[in-house]
Design a protein around this ligand. Structure first.
Ligand SMILES: [Zn+2]
Length: 176
């Protein structure tokens, strides 16, 4: 079955079997909620079917996701699980962005964060061609500590860079 026909038929299994590229996803938001629930051993309120824009999404994440997964263990689980989900969905090329602020979870900072991303990439090849991008929120561009972290991360060659959209106030404490 070809891709168009599979789409028309809403045939998820057929859609999975077609190799695809996902050229834009955010590591922190890319796994299935059920996987997070299984890992946590508790349920999490589902996102509303219609969100009030980016602010609504941030509010949902702050209230229902961050308390459980905005930490080192949660972040590592979500990211690994997201890559596995992509492989299961037949994604062959995966451009996933890793927010520079996620490096704050790692004791040794940027170098440990980049090692983690690099190992993730190796572990999951050749199942998927993971092409990491460094998520750089405009809100932190020009700020000295963040700029140094960005330079350090880019100098490792692990990630290419992606500028993300301007974030409203309050976003800074959460990795995307
Ligand atoms: Zn995006």
């Amino acid at each position: 079955m070809d891709f168009i026909h599979a789409l028309e038929q809403n045939d998820l299994n057929a859609l999975r079997s077609v190799p695809k590229a996902d050229l834009h996803c955010h590591a922190y938001f890319s796994t299935h909620l059920e996987s997070v629930e299984r890992w946590l051993g508790r349920s999490i309120e589902e996102a509303p079917p219609l969100m009030r824009g980016l602010d609504g999404m941030i509010e949902y994440a702050a209230e229902h996701l961050d308390p459980h997964i905005n930490n080192r263990a949660g972040y590592e689980f979500v990211v690994e699980s997201a890559v596995k989900d992509a492989i299961n969905d037949g994604v062959a090329v995966l451009k996933m962005s890793f927010d520079i602020r996620s490096s704050w979870h790692f004791e040794r900072g940027v170098s440990e964060f980049c090692d983690f991303v690099q190992q993730l990439r190796c572990r999951n090849a050749p199942g998927v061609d993971l092409r990491p991008e460094l998520g750089i929120p405009r809100a932190i561009v020009g700020q000295a500590p963040a700029e140094n972290q960005i330079s350090e991360a880019l100098s490792t060659g692990t990630c290419s860079q992606r500028l993300t959209v301007r974030r409203p106030r309050g976003w800074m404490n959460r990795p995307g």
